[in-house]
Write a protein that binds this ligand. Structure first.
Ligand SMILES: *Cc1c(COP(=O)(O)O)cnc(C)c1O
Length: 218
């Protein structure tokens, strides 16, 4: 099936409350344009340089989401245009995002990445650390960054009961704090597990290979 057909098929299965980030990492501008021409305007990338190169040459009504781990020294390259940063995991990074966003008079929306995988994972915060950060005086002083929700990456497994536990845990944490924190966005679910993630309350899914086909990293 074509990229447009894949998109159409996925969109037809999504509840209206769930938004779709088409993950276009490693894919060419021509491939992304096929999705764009089919009416899709929200794309996710995991490398700042790749996202910036694509932003420079592509239509300006595209919303670019940074879904990968962010190095502090690279925030400056995307501060002018990025619309949501999914994997924020430290105060140091938030301060840099705030500083760079202020240069463009922007407020950049961010999600805190929470560790949900039961296996050891390098990135993401514990719930305790996220709460400490959210309730700190430091963060309240930052005017150019806004934490609008949470993001989680489940373990890469076919074990549905494990995935369900991981998603459910994040959803419970989200629900517990969403009112006080004015959260709007819970980003969880990828090609292999997005239906389950939606069952567990995700309202933003990040789907790559089911739209664009398998990635070739060679
Ligand atoms: C690559 C990636 C995705 C999409 O993965 P698919 O399995 O191709 O849908 C989602 N989230 C993050 C953080 C990614 O890096």
């Amino acid at each position: 099936m074509s990229i447009a057909e894949n998109l159409e098929q996925i969109k037809n299965t999504l509840p209206e409350t769930v938004s779709l980030v088409a993950v276009s990492k490693t894919k060419s501008v021509a491939e992304i344009m096929q999705a764009y021409e089919a009416g899709h305007k929200v794309f996710g990338e995991n490398k700042i340089q790749e996202m910036t190169s694509k932003w420079e040459v592509m239509p300006k009504d595209i919303e670019w989401h940074m879904i990968g781990h962010v190095q502090t020294n690279k925030v400056k390259y995307m501060a002018e245009f990025v619309s949501l940063i999914h994997a924020v995991d430290s105060m140091k990074l938030i301060k840099e995002i705030n500083k760079q966003a202020s240069k463009y008079n922007r407020t950049i929306d961010c999600l805190l990445q929470i560790k949900i995988a039961e296996e050891e994972s390098k990135f993401g915060m514990t719930e305790e650390d996220a709460l400490a950060l959210l309730s700190s005086e430091e963060i309240k002083a930052l005017e150019n960054v806004k934490i609008v929700g949470l993001m989680g990456m489940a373990t890469f497994t076919n074990d549905e009961s494990q995935l369900a536990r991981e998603f459910n845990r994040l959803k419970e944490f989200y629900d517990k704090h969403s009112e006080a924190q004015k959260f709007t966005t819970l980003s969880m679910g990828m090609s292999g597990d997005y239906m389950l993630a939606i069952t567990y309350g995700s309202n933003m899914i990040r789907v790559g290979s089911s739209i664009f086909g398998a990635r070739n990293y060679s």
